[in-house]
Write a protein that binds this ligand. Structure first.
Ligand code: FE2
Ligand code: FE2
Length: 440
């Protein structure tokens, strides 16, 4: 059976035995002092004069497997280590000091632990209990060495995480079989962990791609409406940024700011349904035209809001039967965007449209976008007007405080006006760069 091993195996073993013989001579001197034996030798080793004892052929031995053996009896430790080395396990660490076990588990991360149940001071069950609470240790297979046949003890050990038992005195063939089985379990666990990491990394990449695509689609949709009365479409980007800046100033939840910014970009998407003759009219709108313009709020909500039952069924029919579909109908982003599209022209005193809501009956996000939208409309060119100087924009907002606009939101706007102006300058449309605007 020995002849079945490749020649290189013996050569490696001989080199290893020579190396470890030196280490053994050093450790013999230590063991005679009476101190507890603790050999931390994840390196090839062989006791002088030992002969391999297993009676069966051992295949598929992984020489890189790391094995930690803990036993109170030095004779038992010696026998186990000799047996493991004899078949090619080159990384075996042993200790008879139970206080060293947990530090060794953490520092050496063995693939299998052979643990004596009956250790002095700290028992095998104590070690199992602590290791079971440590996420880094709880997946190491534990072979319990015990001559105790008590069912209660065994059940308790299994509950604490022991994976198998080995009777004492240790039978070499049984030892090797159980070690090999434990290593197979460990290997499968490692493969699963690696697979999970790979899948998680892939998932994160896909999520980022989807998020990027979603952001682009939102901006495309918002700009599709905006391009109808603006060359660059920067109005929707600026309103989104202003909204997020004001909301942060007001203590809006940080984790929702990005979603709010994107939702705000869609505030005027309903303009897609407004005739060109109204959008491009280079003068104030007539009453009937203004009434038509007001419809862009409801149109926007209808475009954005979660799909109807019929649309949902149609959407699902395009999805492969084996693939999961995201809960599009309940997307918080779309619900928020629909709410903003519907309410961004409502006014604090109830004079706005389409519903004439007043005060806090107007959704908070709609109130914030109202301030951001009006400031940007005032400070930008429109078909019917030139951009107003910044000071005049500020005065109009102040005049509207508590009348047209929520006073707390106007206060928040001025508290972060410096940041808003920075955004305005960085995203200014070329057509608005007419003359320098006076500082606020
Ligand atoms: Fe609007
Ligand atoms: Fe707007």
């Amino acid at each position: 059976m020995e002849a079945e091993r490749p020649l290189s195996f013996f050569r490696d073993q001989q080199d290893a035995f020579a190396l470890v013989s030196e280490l053994q001579r050093e450790s013999v001197a230590t063991s005679t002092t009476g101190a507890p034996q603790a050999s931390c030798d994840f390196a090839p080793a062989c006791d002088q004069g030992m002969t391999p004892t297993p009676a069966v052929c051992w295949r598929n031995v992984d020489p890189s497997a790391r094995i930690l053996v803990v036993a109170a009896d030095p004779g038992c430790l010696k026998q186990i280590r000799r047996t493991l080395y004899s078949v090619g396990y080159n990384h075996v660490s042993v200790t008879s000091n139970s206080r060293q076990v947990l530090p060794m588990l953490r520092s050496e991360s063995p693939d299998v632990l052979l643990l004596d149940l009956n250790m002095p001071e700290i028992t095998g069950l104590d070690i199992l209990r602590v290791a079971g609470l440590d996420s880094a240790l709880q997946h190491i297979p534990v072979l319990l060495l015990s001559d105790d046949k008590s069912a209660a003890i065994r059940r308790h050990a299994l509950e604490l995480g022991a994976s198998d038992f080995l009777g004492k005195p240790v039978d070499p063939d049984e030892l090797l079989a159980r070690v090999r089985n434990s290593l197979v379990v460990r290997k499968h666990y490692r493969l699963e962990v690696e697979q999970a990491f790979r899948l998680q990394a892939e998932f994160q990449v896909r999520s980022r791609e989807m998020e990027f695509t979603r952001n682009q689609l939102i901006l495309c949709l918002a700009r599709a409406a905006e391009h109808r009365d603006s060359e660059t479409g920067n109005h929707v980007i600026r309103v989104g940024r202003y909204t997020a800046i004001i909301a942060r100033q007001m203590g809006y939840p940080e984790k929702h700011l990005e979603m709010l910014e994107q939702a705000a970009q869609l505030h005027d998407v309903g303009k897609i349904g407004i005739p060109d003759s109204i959008l491009f009219k280079p003068a104030r709108l007539a009453k009937d035209e203004y009434e038509l313009m007001k419809k862009h709020c409801a149109l926007g909500r209808q475009i954005i809001e979660p799909v109807s039952e019929r649309d949902w069924d149609a959407l699902k029919s395009y999805v492969r039967p084996d693939s999961a579909i995201l809960p599009v109908r309940t997307s918080p982003l779309l619900i928020l965007a629909a709410r903003i599209a519907q309410s961004h022209h409502e006014r604090w005193d109830g004079s706005g449209y389409p519903l004439g809501l007043a005060g806090e009956d107007i959704p908070l996000e709609g109130r914030i976008v109202a301030v951001a939208d009006v400031f940007d409309a005032l400070s930008s060119r429109r078909p019917y007007k030139d951009p107003y100087p910044r000071q005049k924009c500020f005065e109009i907002l102040k005049e509207g405080r508590g009348v047209l606009f929520d006073p707390t939101i106007v206060d928040a706007f001025f508290a972060c006006s410096r940041e808003i102006i920075e955004v305005q300058l960085s995203l200014m449309d070329a057509e608005d760069c007419v003359s320098p605007q006076p500082e606020a």
